[in-house]
Design a protein around this ligand. Sequence first.
Ligand code: C2O
Ligand code: CU
Length: 473
Amino acid sequence: MISRRAFITSGASIAAVGMLPRINAIEAAERPAQLELVAGPGQANLLAGEKTKTAVWAYNGAAPGPILRATQGETLNVRLLNKLTQPTSLHWHGVRLDNRMDGVPGLTQKAVAPGESFDYAVKCPDAGTFWYHPHILASEQVARGLHGIIVVDEKEPPKVDKDVVLAFDDWRLMSDAQIHAASFGAIGERAHGGRYGNTFTINGTTDYKLAARAGERIRLRLCNVSNANIFGIRFEAHAPTVIAVDGQPVAPNKPVGNVIVLASGQRNDVILDMTGNPGSRSEITLITFNEERAVGEIVYDKSPAVRTQPLDAPIALPANPLDTKLDLGSALDASLVMEGGAMRGLPGAWVGKEWLGMRDLIKKHGYIWSFNGRAGMPPEPLFRAKRGQTVKLRMVNRTYWPHAMHLHGHHYKQIAGPPKMPLDPHWRDTIVLSAEEEFTMAFVADNPGKWMLHCHMLEHQAGGMATWFEVTA
Ligand code: C2O
Ligand code: CU
């Protein structure tokens, strides 16, 4: 067994090694009571081997920002200081936290204005992999680099040799390596799949290397932090086992074709046994709708295998304290119909108390999508549930595009779907509905407060795909 310090330090496998371990490599006892994340301009070395740096927006100078680490049940105390020229906030994606800390301006807090700060106390009831990012003007702020991973350790994690975070991103860069800013807010992107990049990175570099030793067992925490893309991820010549989905443990399983598919916002924890030979290399491949591209490499050192047989220690994770007992008999029924976007269009939609035709929707608000005939955050919630009540949520995608629907403060799962499609058994905070699909999800509304439900393709969210619900005490 390796030491706790070595374990944590090896988890800090992010490009900006100099920046990152500040928070990540601190042992629990030494952790500062208060962390500070300063959102402001920074420089990133995204492109391997180039001298050109990319101007980004960063947390503490790094994009992605530092890995925040807690043990299950602990509270992360984080002061956000805004040194941007725009308002911002921090949302703790997937953490079932206190509603006041959810970071949604206009719903749970006031936006943090330039020069101001906000103190977040984020209690982490679930072990697993989560992430943080702004929840205002997110389609620009996240694309410019504002996001980071949260690791919540089990009190007794499964035995592995290394624990490594891999954040997958796409950036839209111009030939001078700078972010293509002219396309922020483009209605065409809102109406289609969202902002796709031309440069793929793992942990902020196009040249990521996963250092391995033959025979090791590595726990990987994979997260899609891109604005809108859906990524297939393949570790060539290796066979991952998925052990958690969106921070919730699952029965260990092998993904079809060894490809892990993550939409924007989704995470998978996987176990990878390093079955390659000493000194060998193999690619990490990113698969998108258009192409396959190597985005990194597993690099074995030359030393002999640490063990000859793969570990036979258990890899199944202990359950989180998620209420999975659905009471469908007395459930509250809600439904959400998605419309709009390119290829289908929209006659118009309600915005607040005003009905606007398509032209005015676009011109006045940049909206091109609707939920139940409304675009943008409605004045009234989609539903109000009593604390502890089961909610059945029928979701109908009448658009030509997939949508990654993110539920705040809770995890939900499919309970009914199209006849020939097997139901996904996993509890998730972000569920993808393909074009023309209809599913019913369910969850126990046990976290009081006002929570968003929106498409995590951030241009779709900006284009109107946002609503909220309330859980009353
Ligand atoms: Cu990851 Cu409401 O967002
Ligand atoms: Cu969408």
